[in-house]
Design a protein around this ligand. Structure first.
Ligand SMILES: Cc1cc2nc3c(=O)[nH]c(=O)nc-3n(C[C@H](O)[C@H](O)[C@H](O)COP(=O)(O)OP(=O)(O)OC[C@H]3O[C@@H](n4cnc5c(N)ncnc54)[C@H](O)[C@@H]3O)c2cc1C
Length: 324
């Protein structure tokens, strides 16, 4: 099945029949250049779709709220939207040379990224604040976050099941597990019941938060005692190109495990919606590697001295992956 660029494309017609109650409202969407060719009605995916990943770090989640395009011909995956955009640049002249999967792989292999920006995804995400701080560094998304000035922060914290130890070689990383005893006992019987269940420093911080609120302190100042492990929520909208960039960085073994689990959840969602793109993404981006000039020399058997310890360590990692 192919969706081919036509020279005389008719205009897209969008008409909405509406009434006061909106019951029975019908949306007619036609793009004859695409849909007439395959003689199929477009299908709105969202109403029949549930794309939620719950229970991340216990209380966190990733939920797909909306995406563009939602309409696509039956029997296709959303990959079609990327192919459709790409064919505009290649025109009819090259249409027989590549099938859709081949075209997607060609685009990603050659870093021709703009067709992937034609797809937008909007997620509702709940994560601890320390994860959100890493996440927000990705500037190519739009965010709207829960306001701790406007609303009370729910007393939900991420408490690790085990305490990973400080990494010895990687100063930013962690390794192994350490036994950790709190510096003081938090088994305070005066704590409210639900906080006794979280008998730890976080529970005490929330108790202080509530005490401040009860005393009339503003929410914007009362929250200053809350820990980085407190959960926050946001809507996060990003295009597929920048989402893959986010995933490349946050699925990587050097990223913190607590953000990697969110990366994995989003990666799983992408694999369902865009199977061809996802498979090319794994092949050409996530599970690929780039080699420096020195590394290529080393591969050729030339004796190489890496100028820094970091470069030498990176080459050792790559050699392991290459099985040499
Ligand atoms: C394992 C790991 C460890 C990290 N450690 C630290 C750390 O110790 N300290 C720290 O501060 N950060 C750290 N970061 C964050 C990192 O430096 C980046 O800020 C973050 O990963 C976002 O990457 P990005 O800028 O490529 O992404 P985005 O902000 O999503 O940008 C995507 C791309 O758009 C382009 N772009 C976006 N904005 C601009 C701009 N203003 N000007 C030019 N080009 C732009 C760039 O090409 C960029 O790659 C870490 C990230 C990772 C994955």
């Amino acid at each position: 099945m192919s969706y081919l660029f036509k020279e005389n494309r008719p205009d897209v017609t969008v008409s909405v029949q509406d009434d006061d109650t909106r019951e029975g409202a019908a949306v007619e969407y036609r793009h004859p250049a695409i849909f007439d060719e395959v003689h199929q009605e477009p299908v709105d995916l969202l109403p029949n779709m549930s794309v939620d990943v719950n229970g991340i770090l216990k209380d966190g989640f990733v939920r797909l709220v909306d995406f563009m395009p939602r309409m696509r011909p039956t029997g296709t995956t959303l990959d079609y939207a990327i192919v459709q955009a790409a064919r505009v640049s290649y025109g009819a002249g090259t249409k027989t040379h590549r099938d859709d999967v081949g075209l997607i792989r060609h685009l990603l292999r050659n870093k021709h990224t703009s067709p992937f920006e034609m797809v937008e995804l909007k997620f509702h995400v709940k994560m601890p604040i320390f994860v959100a701080r890493q996440w927000v560094r990705h500037r190519t998304a739009s965010i709207n976050e829960y306001s701790g000035r406007y609303s009370e922060m729910p007393d939900e914290c991420y408490i690790p099941e085990e305490w990973r130890g400080q990494g010895k070689n990687n100063r930013q990383g962690s390794e192994g597990v350490v036994e950790y005893e709190p510096s003081q006992s938090y088994e305070d019987p005066s704590l409210p019941l639900h906080l006794i269940e979280q008998a730890n420093a976080e529970g005490v911080a929330f108790q202080e938060y509530k005490t401040r609120l009860e005393a009339g302190v503003s929410r914007e100042l009362a929250r200053t005692c809350l820990p980085l492990s407190t959960f926050t929520e946001w809507y996060w909208k990003i295009d597929l190109h920048n989402l893959m960039h986010f995933l490349r960085l946050r699925l990587d073994s050097h990223a913190q495990e607590e953000i990697r689990v969110y990366g994995c959840a989003i990666d799983a969602i992408i694999s369902k919606l865009f199977p061809s793109t996802h498979s090319a993404f794994r092949d050409f981006i996530v599970e690929s590697m780039t080699l420096s000039r020195l590394e290529i020399d080393a591969l050729k058997g030339v004796e190489v001295e890496f100028p820094t310890k970091g470069e030498a360590a990176a080459w050792e990692e790559k050699k392991k992956l290459l099985g040499i």
